[in-house]
Design a protein around this ligand. Structure first.
Ligand code: CO
Length: 457
């Protein structure tokens, strides 16, 4: 039997309509999914946190507590970007620890931790804290293809992951570029070397995901990630119902109660229709794009790039930029194209082409990366390029967070006028301007309510 993790409540809407599902919608579905027999529901982390405050005027911590209440039987899972937590810089260990503690306290069971560069050192604190507070810790390895990202590379990392104490391992194919034959080889090779459960997370973006899942399942993968349709496919995960039906009667049958899912379908359909109508779900996201298998560029990165070129009135340079992306990636030591590396590589490629000279203008983030501030690159960077960009500057080779002093107490002091809980401090630490605006509004409303209440005493 293969187990399923249901992703529509996090990755599903993040991939299809910019993470705009509201807490009310999420909770309504979580309540039903609780009876379906999923191994876990992915409900939190990734972009849900920022998006709740920025676009929905909702407290992400409240969503988590509401989810937990609505869905008491099924494990709740979140996505956590190692030392970056859910933000874009490296945080000190005590902030990582506090975020893990509060996530578990508020209702998370499984934390899926990953690092864009697969630098294991950037995962260590999150793993340690998850175990300390009684959570289930999954480490995800970012999947990509390059001369260094061989099967042996993933097998040796998988062994390290198991040694580190992870409860399970996930191959996270964010771009959807894993093809069936490679999946068979990869899953078989990893399963031979580790005893913890192995999960596969991929996207339908390139149009091969269902075939890849089938190959992975036959090769012995223990868990796959799917999403209840119609909130599935396109740039999101394959359909939960379709996979269950395809596996029915086989030894892999996930044994999901489909009559429970049928109950949810009209609600899911209404939600999807709402986002089609308001324009947040671009029909393009529902189409497959096999070209990403050639360019190895994730779908989100392509649309970002098209926007940058259109803004610059330079769409005629599109093919040139597409060719420049693999060149920049090679110069940087083949980072997997996942946040924040995908934005960095994509934007730098656009700059290189539009400026008519490579690395004439360089992103600050690329400079930081070349200084070692994101961790170790998968392959050595191009030294000529590094020299051109940062000269003889010192390069750090330690774990980047080793250079950070504990900062939680400082943050608490800094935000003492606004934060009313440690959760608030964490929201402010991760997304300062968004959380400041959100919390000001939230507590102002509270104050108004209190005054009204007092008038009636
Ligand atoms: Co994903």
């Amino acid at each position: 039997m293969v187990k399923l993790v249901e992703t529509s409540l996090r990755d599903g809407h993040q991939s299809l309509f910019a993470t705009r599902m509201t807490t009310e919608e999420v909770v309504k579905l979580a309540k039903i999914y609780d009876n379906a027999g999923f191994y876990a529901l992915e409900v939190w982390g990734g972009a849900t946190f920022d998006s709740a405050m920025r676009f929905l005027n909702e407290d992400p911590w409240e969503r988590l507590r509401a989810d937990r209440k609505a869905c008491p039987k099924t494990k709740q899972q979140m996505l956590f970007r190692g030392q970056n937590i859910l933000g874009y810089r490296h945080y000190s260990d005590d902030v990582v620890d506090m975020f893990v503690k509060k996530s578990i306290e508020n209702g998370i069971d499984i934390i899926r931790v990953f690092d864009a560069l697969n630098d294991i050192r950037n995962l260590r604190q999150a793993v340690e804290s998850t175990k300390k507070y009684g959570g289930e810790c999954q480490i995800a390895l970012s999947y990509t293809t390059s001369p260094v990202h061989t099967i042996n590379y993933y097998v040796s990392l998988a062994k390290e992951v198991q040694q580190l104490g992870a409860d399970s391992l996930c191959i996270k194919d964010m771009a959807g570029v894993l093809v069936p034959e490679d999946a068979t080889k990869l899953i078989k090779a990893i399963k031979k070397e580790i005893s913890i459960p192995l999960e596969l997370h991929s996207h339908c973006t390139a149009g091969v995901c269902e075939m890849t899942y089938m190959a992975a399942i036959k090769a012995g993968v223990d868990i796959v990630d799917t999403s209840v349709s119609p909130l599935s496919n396109g740039t999101a995960q394959p359909s939960t119902q379709a996979l269950c039906t395809a596996l029915k009667g086989t030894k892999f049958d996930p044994q999901i109660n489909l009559s429970v899912i049928h109950e949810a379908e009209p609600i899911v359909t209404d939600i999807v229709n709402k986002y089609v109508k308001n324009g947040l779900l671009n029909p393009k996201s529902l189409q497959i794009n096999p070209n990403i298998l050639t360019y190895q560029v994730p779908g989100g990165m392509l649309s970002n790039m098209i926007k940058q070129l259109t803004d610059q009135n330079a769409m005629d340079r599109y093919e040139e930029v597409l060719r420049e992306i693999p060149a920049v990636r090679k110069d940087l030591g083949y980072p997997p194209l996942v946040t924040p590396m995908s934005q960095m590589v994509g934007t730098q490629a656009v700059l290189n082409v539009l400026n008519g000279e490579r690395y004439k203008m360089v992103l600050k983030e690329v400079k930081d990366y070349l200084h070692g501030h994101y961790g170790k690159s998968p392959a050595p960077v191009n030294e000529e390029v590094r020299k051109k960009i940062i000269g003889d500057d010192e390069i750090i080779t330690c774990r980047p967070a080793d250079l950070l002093e504990p900062e939680f107490e400082k943050l608490k002091e800094q935000y003492k006028d606004l934060a009313r809980s440690d959760e608030d401090v964490l929201s402010l630490a991760l997304f300062e301007s968004v959380a400041t605006a959100f919390l000001k509004k939230k507590y102002q409303e509270d104050t108004v309510e209190t005054e009204e209440f007092e008038m009636f005493i």
